[in-house]
Ligand binder design. Structure first.
Ligand code: ACM
Length: 544
C-alpha cells in the first residue's frame, strides 16, 4: 500500500475510533464489563431494532432516543416476523440467562447487538447503557464498541421525589423529570402532590380541593427568614387533571418507572382545610391556602378527628388508589404539630371517647385508619418515619428522612426502610458555600457528600438489619425552585451521584473516577437535554 494511502487509512481509523465511547465511561458503573475484540457494531440507517413482543413499546422508545441523540432513525420490527437477522439490534425476553428482575445482559459484536432482560425495567436499563455507548452528536455511522455487560442494581428501591406543590411544574417537565430518572436507572418517581400551599391533583369526589385548594393568593418572595417578609400578591396554582395523571402514568410505564403519589396527612393539610373548613379543628376560621413556607408549629394545618374527616380520607384515598397502579401509596404522616389538637375541645373529646392517651396516639389513629382504607383497595402503606409509632403491619415501608437511629428503630419494628436523610439526600440544600449561589433552604450537601453517603451505614449492619434497607431516594422540595431550570440546577449533578450509590456494588464506587465519567460522558447529556446544572462541583467538596 502506498505510504499516503496507509496514512489516510490510519487517519480514518483514528477518526472512527475517536468517536467510539469508552466502555469505562458508563454511569452508574455496571457490575461486570468485558471488552471484546473487533471493530464493534456500526449503527447506520440500515440497522433495525428487532424486538420480542413484550418489548414492543420499549423498542419504539429506544428508536426515539437514538434519533434524538444521534439523529439516526431506525425501523422497529417484531423478531417473530423477521426472516433473516442481519446487522441489527435484538431485544430479547430471556428469563433463563437473566436471573434478576431489573437485570440486563448486553452483548455487542460487529454483527449484532443483543440485549436480554426479563422485565420492562431490565430492558430499559440496558438501553440506557447502550445510549451511553453512543456519541452525543448527529451521525450516520456511530460505532458501539465490542463488549459484554452483565448488570443489575444493588438496591431494589431507587427513587427521586419531586414536590409540585410549593411550585407547580408543567406536565412536559414532569415527563422530562421521568426521563432523567429513566436515564439514571432509578425505578421510582415519588410525586408529592398535596401540602399546605396547594392541592395538585384533580379529585372528583371533593371538587373544592381544586377550585379552592389548588390556588393561593400570594407567594413569599426571597428567603423564609428574611425580615420583613415580602409577598408577591399574585394568584398562583394549578393541578394535574386525571387525564394528565393518566398520561404521566402511561409515560412512566413504558420506561418501567413506578409512580408513587403522596397525599400528605394529617398535618400539611392547610389547602384541604381551606377548601373544607369542616375538616379543621376550627371550622369557623377563615383559612387560606398557605403562601409562606415552614408551617410546622406556627400555623394550624391539621385535620380534625371527626366523622366528616374520616369519610373524606376514605373517599379520596380510594380515588387515588383506583387511579395509580403502584402497590404502595404514600400517606405522608410527617411534621404533624400536636398544638392544634391540644387546643381543640372536640379533638380532646374524640381522644377520650377512643381511649387515646395523647396526641401522638391520635396521630397514630389517623395513620392506622388510612392504612385500613388503603388495604380495602389492596394497597400497602408508605410514609415518612413519623408513621412508625402505630401498629402497622410489616408490609409498611418507612421512608426515613432523619438519622440512622430512626432507621434502626423502624427496622427493629420489622418495617422495611428507604433511606432519604436530610444530610445529604435533600436537594433543596445548598451545594456550595458560595454566598452568591442561588437561594436554597439552608444546609450544605455537596456532590461529594452525596456520592460518599452509604445507605446501609455500619450502625445498621452491626445490628444485623442491613437487609431491611430497601434503598434510597433524594428529595426535591421546591420552596426555592420557582422554575424547572432551577430544579435542574439543584438536582444535577447530585442526582447522578445518587444513581451510582443505589446501583453500583459498593466496592466498585470510586469518587475520582465518577468525576471523570461525569465530565466525559454525563455532562454532555445534560446539554443534550437542554438542562442546567451546578458547575462548581469540583470546587465544593465534602469538607469545604
Ligand atoms: C419532610 O421533610 N418533612 C419529610
Amino acid at each position: 500500500m502506498p505510504g499516503f494511502i496507509r496514512l489516510i487509512t490510519a487517519l480514518l481509523h483514528f477518526v472512527l475510533l475517536s468517536s467510539v465511547i469508552c466502555a469505562q465511561d458508563i454511569t452508574p458503573r455496571p457490575v461486570n464489563t468485558i471488552m471484546g475484540s473487533g471493530p464493534g457494531f456500526a449503527v447506520n440507517p440500515s440497522v433495525r431494532i428487532l424486538f420480542d413482543k413484550s418489548f414492543m413499546q420499549q423498542a419504539v422508545y429506544f428508536a426515539d432516543q437514538l434519533e434524538q441523540q444521534c439523529g439516526i432513525g431506525l425501523q422497529t420490527m417484531p423478531l417473530a416476523d423477521t426472516k433473516s437477522i442481519g446487522k441489527d439490534f435484538r431485544l430479547v425476553f430471556d428469563s433463563n440467562k437473566v436471573t434478576k428482575d431489573e437485570m440486563y445482559l448486553l452483548e455487542v459484536n460487529d454483527k449484532l447487538v443483543t440485549l436480554r432482560a426479563k422485565t420492562v425495567r431490565g430492558i430499559i436499563n440496558g438501553m440506557q447503557t447502550l445510549l451511553q455507548l453512543l456519541p452525543v452528536e448527529k451521525t450516520t455511522n456511530a460505532i458501539i464498541p465490542a463488549i459484554q455487560i452483565t448488570d443489575y442494581p444493588r438496591f431494589a428501591y431507587r427513587g427521586m421525589h419531586l414536590d409540585v406543590v410549593r411550585h407547580f411544574f408543567p406536565l412536559s417537565y414532569v415527563k422530562k423529570y421521568i426521563d432523567y430518572l429513566t436515564f439514571h436507572k432509578f425505578n421510582t418517581f415519588h410525586w408529592h402532590l398535596t401540602d399546605d400551599q396547594g392541592w395538585r391533583i384533580e379529585i372528583l369526589s371533593y371538587p373544592k380541593l381544586n377550585s379552592i385548594g389548588s390556588w393561593r393568593d400570594s407567594t413569599l418572595i426571597g428567603h423564609f427568614k428574611d425580615t420583613p417578609a415580602r409577598y408577591d400578591r399574585t394568584r398562583y396554582g394549578g393541578y394535574y387533571t386525571r387525564e394528565e395523571v393518566k398520561e404521566i402514568l402511561a409515560y412512566a410505564a413504558v420506561r418501567g418507572i413506578t409512580v408513587i403519589p403522596e397525599i400528605d396527612i394529617p398535618g400539611h393539610s392547610r389547602a384541604t382545610i381551606t377548601a373544607y373548613p369542616e375538616l379543621s379543628t376550627d371550622p369557623k376560621a377563615a383559612w387560606g391556602v398557605a403562601y409562606t413556607w415552614g408551617m410546622y408549629n406556627r400555623q394550624n394545618n391539621v385535620l380534625a378527628p371527626n366523622p366528616a374527616t374520616f369519610q373524606f380520607l376514605r373517599t379520596i384515598f380510594h380515588e387515588i388508589a383506583d387511579l395509580f397502579p403502584s402497590p404502595y401509596i404514600h400517606l405522608g404522616g410527617d411534621e404533624c404539630s400536636k398544638l392544634w389538637w391540644k387546643k381543640s375541645d372536640s379533638a380532646q373529646a374524640f381522644m377520650r371517647r377512643n381511649g387515646l392517651k395523647d396526641e401522638i396516639a391520635l396521630q397514630t389513629y389517623f395513620i392506622e385508619e388510612v392504612s385500613k382504607y388503603l388495604k380495602e383497595k389492596n394497597k400497602k402503606v408508605l410514609g415518612w418515619h413519623e408513621i412508625m409509632e402505630g401498629k402497622l403491619d410489616t408490609s409498611t415501608i418507612v421512608m426515613n428522612w432523619s438519622n440512622d437511629e430512626k432507621a434502626i428503630e423502624a427496622a427493629t419494628k420489622g418495617f422495611s426502610v428507604i433511606m432519604t436523610p436530610g444530610k445529604p439526600y435533600y436537594f433543596d440544600h445548598y451545594q456550595s458555600k458560595d454566598p452568591k449561589d442561588s437561594l436554597a433552604i439552608h444546609g450544605y450537601n455537596s456532590l461529594e457528600s452525596v456520592y460518599r453517603y452509604e445507605p446501609v451505614p455500619n450502625s445498621i449492619v452491626k445490628k444485623g438489619l442491613a437487609d431491611k434497607i430497601l434503598g434510597g431516594q433524594a428529595n426535591v422540595w421546591t420552596e426555592y425552585m420557582e422554575y424547572s431550570t432551577k430544579v435542574d440546577y439543584m438536582v444535577f449533578p447530585r442526582m447522578t451521584a445518587v444513581s451510582e450509590s443505589l446501583w453500583t456494588p459498593l466496592e466498585q464506587k470510586d469518587y475520582a473516577d465518577f468525576i471523570r465519567r461525569l465530565k466525559s460522558n454525563i455532562i454532555p447529556r445534560y446539554s443534550l437535554w437542554g438542562s442546567s446544572w451546578f458547575k462548581d462541583f469540583e470546587k465544593w467538596t465534602a469538607d469545604k
